[in-house]
Design a protein around this ligand. Structure first.
Ligand code: SAJ
Length: 416
């Protein structure tokens, strides 16, 4: 098949490479000229495990352009950001992508939407822009950044299709590179399934974050409590942290509820997770660092061992801290581009009164506290991911506060 992939980001590009690797001819399209130039020059615009090697093996089957062209399948993998004011999906990129392919889509070409969209989008919006062309499928991506290629091949996939013909063509395309099982349903169910998956995770992280704050109040170590609770065969509590980032969990739950008045828990979970950066600010104050001091933020990527900062809770924390009068210095060995300068470790801790660890990058575990203590003004550490060896840091003179770790001696039983 000839497949035209619209949107060459974190999902579109790896998918395009896998499709090319399965022997199809791929035309990759993106509105960003710099991305097209880089790809044509044989370079990747971002890092992802295994992508370099795959790209080098398959690029002869691929071409990259700013404009779509005729194809058997059009695969749309453009972003669907959140309209932050209205808390609804901003479908402008999906609309533009559909407009851009409209004149190339024939009666027998299939249009597959991989972008995450509110239920009803494929049936009502995509279909009407394409003049009710008959072959539409929705196959939401499910891959985890950092392990994208493996998950794109081995995860099960859900394909929503509007008729048997679109189901058959989409099935043929995906089964050529997916080794997981493929399940078929209608368009709207597939759209809802994807949103439910991420909402499930968001709500469970919110529960962990609520447990953590309760534990701080009553003097319990939530990390120990969670690991013990998880010994129950049907319990799997997730980890608390400084909030939820990424282009999915902080966004998708809103898409699920934008056309329903029945949600209570979903928006509450969003509120809890969004409030975590503020809670981290409170921990900094509790450890005794007053405003006017310098804080070192360790990690601004939204999660461990990736360079991705989309929707990162670190940005919210930094803005809150600056509003409260703190100076901020940032160190993140993965992140190359950010709203604030990224410094090397020594520069980031020099003159600082507190290290605030927000991302649990593996390399942070080997930071030697004795080697950086001498550059700091005061030795304080707030660990929001329970990721460092706290005894080691205490032994080198650091005062340590861990998110979710209540001080047993501070227990106040106000209701007893
Ligand atoms: N997080 C916690 N505690 C946890 C787990 C995660 O605070 O116990 C935070 C992370 O630090 C991060 C955020 O949640 O800020 C999201 O990270 P994640 O690893 O849970 O998920 P994503 O956003 O990288 O990828 C998710 C995945 N969805 C599910 O696991 C249900 C992935 O499979 C989807 O493909 C992706 O969303 C997507 O594109 O929708």
């Amino acid at each position: 098949m000839k497949v035209c992939v619209i949107g060459l980001g974190y999902i579109g590009l790896p998918t395009a490479c896998l499709i090319a690797g399965a022997g199809h001819k791929v035309v990759g399209v993106d509105i960003k000229t710099n991305i097209i130039n880089m790809l044509n020059a044989g370079r990747l615009p971002f890092k992802e495990k295994g992508l370099d090697e795959l790209f080098n093996n398959v690029k002869d089957n691929m071409s990259f352009k700013n404009q779509p062209e005729e194809a058997d399948v059009f695969l749309i993998a453009v972003p669907t950001p959140l309209d932050k004011e209205a808390k609804i999906a901003d479908l402008s990129y999906v609309r533009k992508a559909c407009e851009s392919i409209k004149k190339y889509v024939k009666e027998d070409s299939l249009v597959v939407v991989e972008s995450t969209v509110p239920p009803g989008t494929c049936e009502l919006i995509v279909s009407s822009i394409l003049n009710n062309k008959k072959l539409i499928a929705h196959c939401p991506e499910r891959a985890m950044p950092g392990n994208t290629l493996y998950e794109m091949v081995y995860n099960d996939r859900v394909i929503g299709a509007n008729n048997d013909n679109s189901k058959e063509i989409a099935g043929r395309l995906y089964s050529s590179f997916v080794k997981g099982k493929i399940f078929y349903t209608d368009l709207k169910t597939a759209e809802m399934v994807k949103l439910m998956e991420n909402t499930f995770r968001d709500i469970n992280i919110a529960l962990a974050n609520e447990f953590a704050q309760i534990a701080e109040d009553i003097g319990v170590n939530i990390w120990e409590a969670i690991s013990l609770a998880n010994r129950h065969p049907r319990v799997n509590i997730l980890s608390p942290g400084p909030g939820v980032g990424g282009h999915c969990l902080a966004v998708d739950p809103w898409f699920l509820i934008e056309n329903s008045s029945k949600s209570k828990m979903i928006s509450l979970a969003r509120e809890i997770n969004d409030s975590m950066p503020k809670h981290v600010m409170e921990l900094v104050k509790k450890i005794g660092v007053p405003s006017g001091e310098t804080l070192t933020v360790l990690g601004v990527a939204y999660k461990r061992d990736v360079d991705d900062t989309r929707e990162t809770p670190a940005l919210k924390f930094i803005r809150i801290a600056e509003n409260e009068g703190y100076n901020i210095k940032i160190h993140d060995p993965y992140v190359k581009e950010f709203e604030y300068p990224i410094l090397d470790l020594k520069e980031a801790v020099t003159g600082s009164s507190c290290i605030v660890l927000l991302t649990d990058h593996s390399v942070f575990k080997s930071i030697p506290p004795d080697k950086i203590a001498c550059f700091m003004k005061d030795k304080n550490l707030v660990d929001t991911r329970n990721c460092l060896d706290h005894n080691l840091w205490v032994n080198h003179g650091f005062k340590v506060k861990v998110l979710g770790k209540g001080d047993a001696s501070e227990l106040k039983l106000s209701k007893l």
